[in-house]
Design a protein around this ligand. Structure first.
Ligand code: UDX
Length: 441
């Protein structure tokens, strides 16, 4: 099939490369000409395992193209995916102006029948607005369908998630749209849930909010474990083996971040509000998530007494491992809090250093003054040197294999706050560390 993907961010790029790999001819469009230029030269704008090879191979074999011209992409493709950003507005609602703009451009460019598919995460009813917008600007009365096909890709395992999904959700109004999308996804041999458009849109927000709720729930349980002296890992193992609960997403820690959960939660709360419903559960989910970051700082205070003039090392800046994405990363808020306490902060992340430098420099102007006083280190050992405490903020594999005897010698005080529960408390305690996990005994 001939496919056009509008928006070459994480979702658009991975989707485009994977559709090409399934044998389709794909044009990925973006209005950022610099990004398109880089992609044409084989340079990736994001770090995602396996993406570079996938893009290079499909480009070489003539199935994947990059262009900044939306019109050309729409003319050449029967199916058009909208994968542009839907960033949060100040009030928490999703900003849909890019979706509207692209819908209008598609309407002005389509020469014959087109299936326009929402791929970005959008509030329920967006499909109706897309359809309305296309109708208004479709002066030649070209036939078209609108469909919703939310993505469920996790950063860091996005290609695997695309190729082996638990389910594919397609929300459609017509048989033609249904048949086209079912045909497109057939090679994946995954269960396909066909719904109306609004239900498909809701599935996405409901799923992400549910997962976020699961994380906040286990974080709240971890806080109780800390208070009563129980062990969260044992508790979550005992809970997770119940198939109705499931063992995934029961890892307690410093809270969830990323480009999806925080944004989708507040958008879903707003959607409910607009319908006249107070989605109180989700507000609590947000509250627990905020508390987790403050809790880490409290833990450190409990271990170091005064924070002022202490040196604290942060291992991991990305919101999760295997990505360089630092959007809404809990680490950044923790750094902010520590800086406000007068702490000297040292940081290291295997992939996110460039993005962290840019983000913290910006932050430096607003909250820390010119001298942000953050030291960017080359590895975990450099971070450890002369530190009074290490915080594990991202569970990168390389942090699981550190030489702690060496680290103990390098640190000023052997203190570890394991914000992702990746170490065995006993082992570190035996080596002489004062160790605190999240809900660990
Ligand atoms: C998420 C959804 O999983 C995916 O389906 C959707 O399409 C996009 O949003 P992503 O944001 O890439 O994917 O990462 P995910 O692996 O879900 O983790 C999100 C955050 O939750 C991370 O900060 C992670 O550290 C945190 N998390 C996850 C926990 O704190 N505990 C867990 O048990 C799982």
């Amino acid at each position: 099939m001939n496919i056009c993907i509008i928006g070459s961010g994480h979702v658009g790029l991975v989707t485009g490369a994977c559709f090409a790999d399934l044998g389709n001819k794909v044009i990925c469009v973006d209005n950022d000409e610099e990004k398109i230029g880089k992609l044409q030269r084989g340079m990736m704008p994001i770090y995602e395992p396996g993406l570079e090879e996938l893009v290079k191979r499909n480009k070489k074999e003539g199935r994947l193209y990059f262009s900044s011209g939306l019109k050309g992409g729409v003319r050449k493709s029967e199916i058009i995916f909208i994968a542009v950003g839907t960033p949060p507005r100040d009030n928490g609602e999703a900003d849909l102006s890019y979706v509207e703009h692209v819908s209008r451009e598609i309407a002005l460019s389509m020469p014959s029948y087109r299936l326009i598919v929402e791929k970005s995460t959008v509030p329920v009813n967006t499909g109706e607005w897309v359809e309305h917008t296309i109708k208004v600007f479709n002066s030649r009365n070209v036939r078209f369908d609108v469909a919703s096909n939310p993505e469920f890709l996790r950063e860091g395992s996005a290609i695997e998630d695309f190729m082996h999904p638990d389910r594919i959700v397609i929300g459609v109004k017509s048989k033609r749209a249904r048949d086209l999308l079912v045909e497109l996804y057939k090679p994946l041999k995954a269960p396909i849930v066909v719904t109306d458009i609004k239900s498909a849109e809701l599935i996405k927000h409901a799923s992400n909010s549910f997962l976020a709720a699961k994380i906040s729930f286990i974080n709240a349980v971890a806080n109780i474990c800390d208070m009563v002296g129980a062990d969260l890992v044992e508790v979550s193992t005992g809970m997770g083996l119940d198939k109705m609960i499931g063992k995934e997403f029961l890892n307690a820690g410093i809270g969830f971040g990323g480009s999806c959960f925080p944004k989708d939660l507040s958008a879903f709360v707003k959607i409910a509000e607009r319908c006249g419903y107070d989605f109180g559960i989700l507000k609590e989910v947000e509250k627990v998530n905020e508390y987790q970051k403050r809790m880490v700082v409290k833990k450190i205070e409990g271990l170091l007494w005064n924070l002022s003039k202490k040196t604290i090392g942060i291992l991991g800046i990305a919101f999760k491992p295997d990505t360089d994405d630092i959007r809404s990363a809990p680490s950044l808020e923790i750094i902010s809090m520590l800086k406000r306490e007068g702490v000297r902060v040292k940081i290291y992340d295997p992939e996110a250093m460039d993005k962290a430098k840019r983000a913290l420099a910006k932050e430096g102007i607003s909250s820390f003054g010119k001298n942000a006083g953050i030291e960017f280190c080359k590895d975990a050992y450099a971070v450890s040197k002369d530190s009074d405490c290490l915080i594990i903020a991202t569970e990168w594999n390389e942090f699981k294999e550190l030489d702690f005897k060496k680290i103990k010698k390098l640190m000023r005080q052997p203190v570890i706050v394991d914000g992702r529960n990746i170490y065995d408390p006993e082992e570190l305690q035996k080596l002489g560390f004062r160790y605190l996990g999240i809900g660990r005994r």
